[in-house]
Design a protein around this ligand. Structure first.
Ligand SMILES: [Zn+2]
Length: 117
């Protein structure tokens, strides 16, 4: 892969990482705020699992997103590492080339389409 291409992908990865870190903070904050609302709701009673019910779904959803973003961040870190190693665009599993078209869609892809399936 050309240096210019790698530079463009690196920039894309850094931007994506910054954006995800912003979202991550936002999500962590909103999840915490929700928790605060529930505990500051007036009752001093401890919250039992049965009392939480469906209202907790949204909070769980936020935490799920959080986890996904963490794994995306891991993948971005890994891709940046590969750029430093000079192995960016090479499949982690089979050592084959990852098509540029795939990297444009998922710049943090560390495996080719075949291996990712
Ligand atoms: Zn592969």
């Amino acid at each position: 892969m050309k240096k210019a291409d790698i530079k463009a992908f690196k920039e894309q990865l850094l931007q994506l990482r910054a954006r995800l870190l912003g979202d991550y903070n936002y999500l962590a904050e909103s999840a915490m705020n929700r928790h605060g609302e529930e505990t500051a709701g007036g009752t001093a009673m401890p919250i039992h699992m049965a009392d939480i019910g469906s209202d907790n779904y949204e909070q769980e959803f936020a935490f799920t997103l959080l986890q996904n973003e963490e794994s995306t961040l891991d993948a971005i870190e890994r891709a940046l590492e590969k750029i430093e190693e000079g192995s960016y665009g090479v499949c982690d599993e089979c050592g084959g080339k990852i098509p540029k078209g795939r990297l444009r869609v998922i710049p943090y892809a560390s495996r080719c389409v075949k291996c990712a399936e």
